[in-house]
Design a protein around this ligand. Structure first.
Ligand code: PLP
Length: 442
């Protein structure tokens, strides 16, 4: 017997990124903190934070109350008006943003934020090319899916003209035959400089990158890399756009991951964790160079729901809660004291674990069939039969009550930032057991 909710879903909901016919989504009835439960009462520890957005966990009382209070006074207002929730959200975001990034353009999510950041950079510089990395995801609308380097781009091409691809650092699978992180950072920079030269720096509006690459593998840039990109951009008048849609608002134990390296981009995009996804919200924080370009002429872009009061009220409550609960400090501590040593142990125990990497509560376990050759447990862009080993690992996690995040040959550890230490350790133990499944393919 399937429920009405399940029947309605299968009869009428068209799901993203999926072939529709065989889908059987779990129907979620509720959630609290790091846990959610399906309509049959099965409880899951959410090691995926939904889509790595639920940083404060489900039903945070302060955020729920803020949405309710805002709904009781004013549900919506056009973006051309001032509004207390919108203004306060912008002020708080500017307070926690890097350096002199002081103005916020609000969107409904991450993909629109990246669309607008690129448009701003192009208009402000009068140049058209945008450099983006192969291992990236920037969103699913026309421009952002072109910026995206991973295979989700393929069926959507050709889309936005003017995007040129480059390799970012990835020491474990170096495109530059580097043997150390430092070498990888230096060679990736030299490569980017060569791309600048061959493309003609005067044609390049912006470099777009995820500060810490998310879905494509939790790739933490080697020290010095981002500062080097900044310097290269400065030398040629090119804008640096850091996509912090996934890495921002606590995920890396910082407001924005760039804070780790003290780098100041021209534009930062955010979404997800800004209000834990309770109401759709994203945006671009922009610095003086972009602001001045539109101080005397109109910015030709906008959205009906830009700075929606319910979403902004949720963002204000989220930032206040993060400050009061010391979320960034907590995430940094849990990352270093709990996750890092336990993942190192997993790597010792399981031959199929090729590498573990990450920071804060943003970690990847990369699975291989052979440590020497680093052959991936499932191939790049695996689907159907080819993806089976990873589906089995995910099923083993779910069978023990942990909802995992998997992508290609990786299992990501991305629980809500409020997960208790006990739950975090239990979740890592479940992953430990589930990796026995991966070892059988080794
Ligand atoms: N940028 C990054 C780094 C992301 O991880 C995502 C979504 O996962 C996006 C952009 C797109 O955000 P949205 O799905 O809110 O449009």
């Amino acid at each position: 017997m399937t429920s009405q909710a399940f029947q309605d879903d299968r009869a009428h909901v068209f799901h993203s990124w999926s072939a529709q016919r065989a889908l059987a989504p779990a129907v979620v009835a509720g959630g609290e903190g790091a846990w959610f439960w399906t309509e049959d009462g099965t409880r899951y520890l959410d090691f995926s934070s939904q889509l790595v957005n639920l940083n404060l966990g489900h039903q945070h009382p302060r955020v729920v109350a803020a949405i309710q209070e805002q709904a009781a006074s004013l549900c919506t207002i056009a973006p051309s008006f001032g509004n207390a929730a919108r203004g306060e959200a912008a002020r708080l975001i500017a307070e926690v943003a890097p350096g002199d990034l002081n103005h916020v353009f609000f969107t409904n999510g991450g993909t629109e934020a990246n669309e607008h950041a690129v448009r701003m950079a192009r208009l402000a510089t009068g140049r058209h090319k945008v450099l983006a990395t192969y291992r990236s995801y920037h969103g699913a609308t026309t421009g952002s899916i072109t910026l995206t380097g991973d295979p989700r781009r393929w069926p959507n091409e050709p889309a936005m003209p003017g995007v040129v691809r480059f390799f970012g650092p990835y020491p474990y699978r170096s495109a530059f035959y580097a043997e150390t992180d430092a070498q990888e950072g230096e060679r990736a920079l030299a490569h980017l400089e060569e791309v600048f030269t061959l493309e003609g720096p005067q044609t390049i509006a912006a470099v777009v990158l995820e500060t810490v690459v998310g879905t494509n593998g939790i790739l933490v840039p080697p020290d010095g890399y981002l500062a080097g990109v900044r310097e290269l951009c400065d030398r040629h008048g090119v804008m640096l756009i850091c996509d912090e849609v996934m890495s921002g608002f606590g995920r890396c134990g910082e407001w924005f991951a760039v804070d780790r390296w003290n780098v100041r981009p021209d534009l930062v995009t955010f979404a997800k964790g800004v209000n834990s996804g309770y109401v759709p919200l994203g945006g671009v924080v922009l610095g003086p160079r972009v602001y001045e370009a539109f101080a005397e002429r109109a910015y030709p872009g906008g959205l009906t729901y830009s700075g929606h009061p319910l979403a902004c009220a949720a963002a204000v409550a989220t930032i206040e809660a993060m400050r009061e609960e010391g979320i960034n400090e907590r995430v940094r501590r849990l990352g270093e004291e709990v996750v890092r040593p336990r993942l190192a142990k997993l790597q010792e125990r399981h031959p199929s674990v090729g590498e573990v990497r990450g920071l804060g509560l943003f970690w990847a376990i990369e699975l291989v069939r052979d440590r020497a050759t680093r052959e991936m447990l499932v191939p790049y862009n695996a689907a159907g039969e080819a993806a089976k080993p990873m589906l089995e690992v995910a099923a083993a996690c779910k069978a023990q009550g942990v909802w995992p995040f998997t992508h290609f040959n990786r299992l990501h550890v991305v629980p809500p930032c409020v997960t208790s230490e006990k739950d975090l350790i239990n979740g890592l133990d479940v992953i430990d057991d589930a990796l026995d499944v991966a070892d059988r393919y080794y």
